[in-house]
Design a protein around this ligand. Structure first.
Ligand code: G6P
Length: 611
């Protein structure tokens, strides 16, 4: 949440910062700003997107080789020029960009105001800038010591970068709970909240750990902890290409990412499904496989779309591997005194690997003695580092704020896990096991076929686009698909949509149905097919507009639904991987038709690093 970028070296900093902010804009986009240190500090900041900042700065003096930039998702204080980062301390000695929340900011602010300090913004970040300056001037310490003393007084989360005209060749970065990565160039350093702005300059990076403080000069990087003891520098190599971060001819990242799914799913199972030896091999789980297979209970913790993937996992693991599964919102789990212990296995699912609630829930589960396994997309992310073991989804970088290919990659991993455990426990015959592997192998080509119907999805989008509400219904493993379809529509087109188990419709949502209410059914041929056919009839009897996703060749539903989308026949366990694709594309087209910002929907952010 919020994007941070910084540069110190011999190049011109401003273009690096702007380019970095554009790459980071998916993390937050309500205002943006830069601070350029060249003797004195020039600060330019603007409400709105990075392009608006760029227009504002055009023609102004930007020359400098040390600078910081920020793109914001508001927590304290509405989006405005004033509340945008960077923030400067009262006398202008310190300039700071910050992600996260300073929880004790009001106490700190009051103390500083009592000392006569003045505040101009509503942010917690300005409090931190003033706190550093207050300590620096009143205690007569170095810039470095002032920053670390201030951070010792802070409660909450931060990823921050500080520059100071008092020590103009120094950049200080510090992290607690909010991620920061430092890129190592030659006599230059890059800093960012994720690696996307760094990758085109260097593949050598350091991920800061909690309570690390990095003191960065052009020719030197020193890592310390909060009490100024040196800590170890652990350099990693990035495995990421720049082209992945570009739209590659697609109009939007979301569209590109939807169309990438045949490849991203294949990348996720490649090398893990061994058809020759009839085996599934998840390298990251080798050390914990026995514990996983013999788990008495699995608890999934996740947020948003990842939570929906977790629900699919529940159906699959209970069905194929016969282990009881509970799926929890990380934000609820962490605060409700959950029953969790050493006999439990926790699956933490997260695209970004940085979601604050999921991270906190992981910590709680670890403290209670549970084995915690991560399913993450971003290599090197906090969750991938905090979990005992894990499996990466190889979806590639996902930039569209509404998650698409990460969902299908997560479901692919969960499917492999369920099949693997089922086989290990002797619950799946050789025949059933190979059939599932074959069917999983077929999913990418099935999605290719679905993508070919894009024009048809546009036609259906046209029908829904003016609705004010929509209902998505499914049964079994298609229920989480219904939730995900409804979420996509809400997120990017701002149409109110709800996902429901189809049979539950009778217990409430049926009251909403009239000729203006589009009802999207995921009604493929499976064990509950006859039941969902009845549910469709119930909607038709009340004049609802039925759009049904059906198995290829289904004539029964074709005769009763208003609009039908056919998807290739697949094993019941795998249908979520294909059925979700039309829903993603329909939401995409509706959002476009309504003039919404598809890749950066209002109020949302890709990576939610605050509670
Ligand atoms: C945000 C994003 C969603 C995402 C959720 C969980 O709300 O907008 O797309 O599903 O966070 O994120 P995670 O990175 O943990 O999967």
């Amino acid at each position: 949440m919020c994007g941070i970028v910084g540069y110190i070296g011999s190049k011109d900093a401003y273009p690096i910062l702007i380019k970095g902010l554009k790459r980071l804009e998916y993390r937050g986009y309500d205002s943006a700003g830069v601070a350029l240190l060249n003797g004195d500090t020039a600060i330019y900041k603007k409400k709105g997107k990075v392009s608006e900042l760029e227009d504002y700065v055009r023609g102004k003096e930007t020359k400098c080789s040390i600078g910081i930039g920020h793109t914001r998702w508001a927590t304290h204080g509405e989006p405005s020029d004033l509340n945008a980062h960077p923030h400067q301390s009262e006398k202008g000695l310190f300039t700071i960009i910050h992600n996260g929340i300073i929880e004790n900011y009001s106490i700190l602010k009051k103390t500083l105001m009592d000392q006569g300090m003045t505040f101009y913004s509503d942010t917690d970040t300005e409090v931190l800038a003033n706190l550093i300056e207050f300590i620096y001037t009143s205690e007569d310490v170095s810039v470095e010591v002032a920053v670390s003393l201030a951070l010792q007084k802070v409660e909450g989360a931060y990823g921050l970068v500080v520059i100071s005209r008092e020590d103009p060749n120094l950049m200080i970065a510090a992290r607690r709970s909010s991620p920061l990565v430092i890129g190592l160039g030659s006599n230059e350093y890059f800093i960012a909240s994720d690696a996307t702005p760094i990758v085109e300059y260097t593949d050598r990076v350091i991920y800061l750990n909690n309570d690390d403080i990095a003191l960065i000069r052009r020719d030197e990087l020193v890592l310390k902890n909060l009490v100024s003891e040196s800590t170890q520098v652990n350099i990693k190599t990035l495995d990421m290409g720049i082209s992945e971060m570009e739209k590659q001819g697609y109009e939007h990242f979301m569209l590109k990412e939807i169309f990438e799914q045949p490849r991203s799913i294949m990348d996720t199972f490649r090398g893990r499904i061994m058809s020759e030896t009839n085996e599934i091999r998840l390298g990251g789980l080798l050390d914990v496989k026995d514990q996983l297979v013999n788990a008495k209970r699995i608890v999934v913790i996740a947020c948003g779309t990842s939570w929906h993937a977790g629900l699919v996992g529940e159906y699959l693991i209970e069905d194929l591997a016969r282990i009881p599964v509970e799926v929890e919102y990380a934000s609820e789990f962490r605060y409700r005194h959950p029953m969790i212990g050493p006999d439990d296995v926790v699956l933490a699912i997260s695209q970004s690997g940085e979601t604050a609630d999921t991270l906190a829930a992981i910590q709680l589960a670890k403290d209670a003695g549970a084995l915690v396994i991560g399913i993450c997309n971003v290599a090197g992310s906090s969750i991938s580092r905090e979990t005992h073991a894990g499996v990466y989804t190889h979806a590639g970088i996902e930039i569209g704020v509404a998650s698409t290919k990460a969902f299908t990659a997560q479901v692919t991993v969960l499917t492999m896990m369920a099949i693997m455990i089922g086989k290990e426990k002797g619950l799946l015959s050789e025949g059933r096991f190979s059939q599932l592997l074959k069917e999983l192998n077929d999913v990418p080509s099935q999605i290719e076929k679905i993508l070919e119907q894009n024009e048809e999805f546009k036609r259906i989008a046209e029908i829904i686009k003016d609705a004010t509400n929509a209902l998505y219904l499914g049964r079994g493993v298609s229920f989480p698909v219904a939730l995900e379809g409804a979420l996509k529509l809400k997120e990017i087109s701002y149409i109110h949509a709800e996902g429901y188990p189809a049979a539950e419709m009778k217990h409430g949502p049926i009251a909403l149905i009239d000729e203006k209410m589009p009802v999207v059914f995921i009604a493929t041929r499976d064990g509950s097919y006859e039941k969902i056919v009845s549910n469709i009839q119930e909607v038709k009897a009340r004049n609802g507009v039925v759009i049904a996703i059906v198995t290829e060749g289904d004539t029964t539903i074709r005769d009763m639904a208003d609009h039908v989308i056919e998807i290739p026949e697949s094993d019941e366990s795998l249908v979520s991987l294909t059925a979700v694709v039309p829903l993603q594309l329909i939401a995409y087209h509706i959002a476009l038709m309504r003039g919404c910002d598809v890749d950066q929907p209002r109020n949302l952010a890709k990576s939610v690093t605050v509670e």
